[in-house]
Ligand binder design. Sequence first.
Ligand code: FNR
Length: 350
Amino acid sequence: MAEALVDFEQLAKLPTAVHDFVAGGSGAELTLRRNRSALDAITVTPRVLGGVESPDTTTTILGTPAALPVAVAPMAYQRLFHPLGELFLAKAAANAGIPYVISTLSSVPLEKIAAVAPSWFQLYWLRDRKTVRALIDRATASGCRALMITVDVPVMGRRLRDVRNSFALPPEVTAANLVDKYTEAHSGVNGSSAVAAHTASAFDPTFSWRDLAWVRSVTEIPLLVKGILDPRDALAAVDAGADGVVVSNHGGRQFDGAPASIDALGSVIDAVGNDFPVLLDSGIRGGTDVLKALAVGADAVLVGRPLLWALAAGAADEALALLGRELRDAMLLAGCADLAAVADLVTGRS
Ligand code: FNR
């Protein structure tokens, strides 16, 4: 039985290589660990006697109404964890009333996912520009309500666990949105990580601000830039026409040396101002973490790994219900009637 969102890691019975693909970070996993230690170090001073009985957790994120200030982070290849993969987790997001972000590398075609849940689409910048354009058009046509473009993967971080495990996708799990010449070329690659080989051949490291401005020019749906840590980059995203940014270090899977996202959040908000939508991910493990991120200034968070563990345990609905409960409990204990009150709390560092 899960009593907390963090319990699902124990309940997910996965082969070691698949477990490590989820749990791991890049390099020495310093940034991965820093995400947790930095969130643990944040203090939030509770308010008292506000007479709050049922906190209101509802909000609107980039125009999408949400029952919680949470969206499911884009995560690749979810059929590794459950036969229905993305469809199972997306349905749970729909049931919980929060947006589901479809990865470019989803193992179910984006149209099928968008049909079961209010979705956003995450875009990776691929060498084949026609495919990029087609993905944007497909996402828009299938009703995705926002485009989240990931900017922190010029190349994939070196994830040593995957290299050591010679991690490769099983043949039935593929990048369903892409013409699969890359996956085919690298399936069964041994002695390295086949996922890394795929990424190296498909992703375009020359991606630049000019390209981002081009993305802005070809779609009208809200554009979020995911993977911002430096306030100068946040301002460049604003200049390129972004509607929001996600302060993220990719869950410690990219540059192993980056600050914790929660430590980068304040300077990004100072740069773009309080009215510009700023989301945060990397290390969120429960309702108190969501409250901390909002108290520091985020408008919403993305949750990653805990939901893959829950997916693997066949318990995605339970996990999101538990996260909602944890957030409501945290708001009650901190004396907050709604998310505006959370944003008004005083934060510090222990
Ligand atoms: C990811 N992440 C990710 N990000 C993205 O933009 N596109 C993707 O396809 C993926 N795929 C992916 C797979 C797996 C297995 C993981 C764990 C992560 C990163 C993800 O969106 C998010 O930034 C982090 O997972 C957030 O950190 P936590 O919550 O997992 O600590």
